[in-house]
Ligand binder design. Structure first.
Ligand code: ADP
Ligand code: MG
Length: 277
C-alpha cells in the first residue's frame, strides 16, 4: 500500500482567454504530494494559483498538461471522476454558496442522496457528520439563520457525509468573524487528528498555517518554499519577499534577534516566546 493521498505531477494549468492573446499559466509545471493523514497548508498571495491547484485536486478542473492522481486514480479518467470527488471533498470560502437545502440535516444528506446511498446509511452518516462538527442540536434549523462559522461547519458536515479520505479547504475562514474562524479551525484539526482525514488547507492567515504538519508557499503558479511551519516561518525575509506576513509572535522574535537578543528564529507561539524570555 502506498501512503500517497494526492499526487500532482508536473502540472500546468492555463485558463483560456478570448480577450488577451498571451496565455499566462495559473499553475506552472508543479509537482506535489499529499500524504495520507497529512495536514498540508498551502500559502501564497492573491493570484498565486492556489484555488486553481485545489480545484484540480478533486477533478473540478483538469490539468492543461501533467497529471493528478487521487489515491492512484487519474483525474483525467472520466470513469473515475465521481470516485475521485467522493474521496477528495472540497470546502470553499463562502458557506452561503455551498448550502442547498432549507433544513440543516437535509443539506448534509444531499451528497449521499445523490450517490444513491441506502437511506438507513444516509441517516447514520448525517448524524455522525453533524456530531463531528458539533452541530447536532441545529439539525432541524434553517441554515440561513446560522452564524457564518456554523454554516461553514454544516458545509463541512455535508462533505463528511460523503465519507471522503481527504478534504481540501480553500480559504474556509476568510469570510468568517474571529469566533467562526476558531470554530472552523478547531473542526479542521479534529478531522485530521481524530477522524484521520488528510487535510489540504489553503489560507492566508499565518496563525492557521502554523497548525499544519507541512507548509508549501506558492507564488506565480509555482512552489517557492516547502517545509515544516518552523522551517518556513524562520525565513522571515523570504516570506515577506513572497508577499506574505509571518505570525506576529515570529515577527516579534525576529525583531528581538535583530536587536541582539539571543533567541531562536523559529518561534511560532506566544507560549514558546514567554518561556524563553
Ligand atoms: P489564488 O487562489 O492563489 O488567488 P487563482 O488560482 O484564483 O489564485 O488564480 C491564479 C491566476 O489565474 C490569477 O492570475 C487569476 O487571475 C487567474 N484566473 C483565475 N481564475 C480564472 C478564470 N476563471 N479565468 C481566467 N483567469 C483566471
Ligand atoms: Mg483563491
Amino acid at each position: 500500500m502506498n501512503n500517497i493521498m494526492i499526487k500532482v505531477e508536473n502540472v500546468t494549468y492555463e485558463y483560456k482567454s478570448y480577450i488577451e492573446e498571451e496565455i499566462q499559466a495559473a499553475v506552472k509545471n508543479l509537482s506535489l504530494e499529499v500524504k495520507k493523514g497529512e495536514f498540508l497548508v498551502i500559502l501564497g498571495h492573491n493570484g498565486s494559483g492556489k484555488s486553481t491547484l485545489s480545484k484540480m485536486m478533486n477533478g473540478l478542473l483538469l490539468p492543461t498538461s501533467g497529471d493528478i492522481y487521487v489515491m492512484d486514480m487519474n483525474t483525467k479518467d472520466e470513469e473515475k471522476i465521481w470516485d475521485i470527488r467522493q474521496k477528495a471533498g472540497i470546502v470553499f470560502q463562502n458557506p452561503d454558496n455551498q448550502i442547498v437545502a432549507t433544513i440543516v440535516e437535509e443539506d448534509v444528506a444531499f451528497g449521499p442522496e445523490n450517490q444513491g446511498i441506502d437511506p438507513a446509511e444516509i441517516r447514520k452518516r448525517v448524524d455522525d457528520s453533524l456530531a463531528i462538527v458539533e452541530m447536532t442540536e441545529y439539525k432541524k434549523h434553517a441554515p440561513h439563520l446560522l452564524s457564518g462559522g456554523q454554516k461553514q461547519r454544516v458545509a463541512i458536515a455535508g462533505i463528511l457525509a460523503m465519507n471522503p479520505d481527504c478534504i481540501i479547504f480553500d480559504e474556509p475562514t476568510s469570510m468568517l468573524d474571529p469566533t467562526g474562524r476558531i470554530e472552523v479551525m478547531n473542526t479542521i484539526r479534529k478531522l485530521n487528528q481524530e477522524e484521520g482525514k488528510s487535510i489540504v488547507l489553503i489560507t492566508h492567515y499565518m496563525d492557521e498555517a502554523v497548525q499544519g504538519d507541512r507548509v508549501v508557499v506558492m507564488s506565480q503558479g509555482e512552489i517557492q518554499m516547502e517545509g515544516t511551519p518552523k522551517e518556513i516561518f524562520s525565513q522571515v525575509d523570504k516570506i515577506k519577499e513572497l508577499g506574505l506576513d509571518v505570525p506576529q509572535v515570529t515577527e516579534l522574535a525576529h525583531e528581538l534577534r535583530k536587536e541582539g537578543i539571543d533567541i531562536p528564529g523559529d518561534i511560532l507561539s506566544v507560549e514558546e516566546l514567554l518561556k524563553l524570555l
